[in-house]
Design a protein around this ligand. Structure first.
Ligand code: SF4
Ligand code: SF4
Length: 192
């Protein structure tokens, strides 16, 4: 809610964010779009920082989930979608377990990744993973070293996945093709 919506002028003045300067990259519809796709009310984030303090990825990188929450709520579409840190979330959901506002920051990130992907903004290493999934059903396919380790542990060499049932790989290919993910990977990776 904009501070201007308050009837009490003194209160409105106190609530005005003096440090926020609306810029060309400020699109309120971005916040609404992210909330709709992510299914979580990002706008009630009160910037406590519990998410960033809990984030295993942030501890090892420049990625800050709280910063993304703030920028989403400022409608900073281009900044969010073009920040490479968007792709550093491991989707562990620790922040979502701990958010005192019961938000799901993980799904805010996933929503932005969806929007970015529709615009072709995806890091190349992610698109290389698409090809692994397309060819094997796995982002990290089984390997001889893994098979040997599994057998040593008393497990079957192949897990109960497409590694063991490769006949299901064509169904996975259909999904990747139906959403244009495979085509996007081929196009971007061919550009070198
Ligand atoms: Fe916002 Fe929740 Fe993160 Fe706190 S933990 S900054 S309320 S998203
Ligand atoms: Fe960090 Fe993503 Fe895990 Fe949340 S889900 S704690 S943002 S790595």
């Amino acid at each position: 809610t904009s501070a201007k919506a308050y009837k009490d002028a003194a209160l409105a003045a106190r609530l005005t964010d003096r440090y926020y300067r609306p810029s060309q990259d400020s699109d309120p519809s971005f916040t609404a779009e992210v909330e709709k796709i992510g299914g979580t009310e990002a706008h009630i984030c009160f910037q406590c920082g519990t998410c960033t303090g809990s984030c295993p990825s942030g501890a090892r990188s420049s990625y800050r989930i709280r910063n993304f929450m703030r920028r989403v709520n400022l409608g900073m579409r281009d900044v969010c979608l073009n920040d490479p840190d968007l792709w550093l979330c491991t989707t562990c959901y620790t922040c979502s377990d701990r958010c005192p506002r019961d938000l799901i920051p993980t799904d805010v990130i996933m929503a932005m990744r969806n929007i970015a992907a529709r615009q072709g903004i995806v890091p190349k290493n992610f698109l290389a993973t698409v090809n692994f999934i397309y060819n094997t059903g796995h982002g990290v396919p089984n390997s001889d070293a893994n098979r040997a380790a599994r057998v040593k542990l008393g497990l079957e060499a192949e897990p109960e996945t497409t590694s063991k049932y490769p006949e299901y790989i064509p169904a996975i290919r259909k999904i990747l093709e139906a959403y244009g993910t495979k085509q996007l990977a081929d196009k971007v990776l061919a550009e070198g």
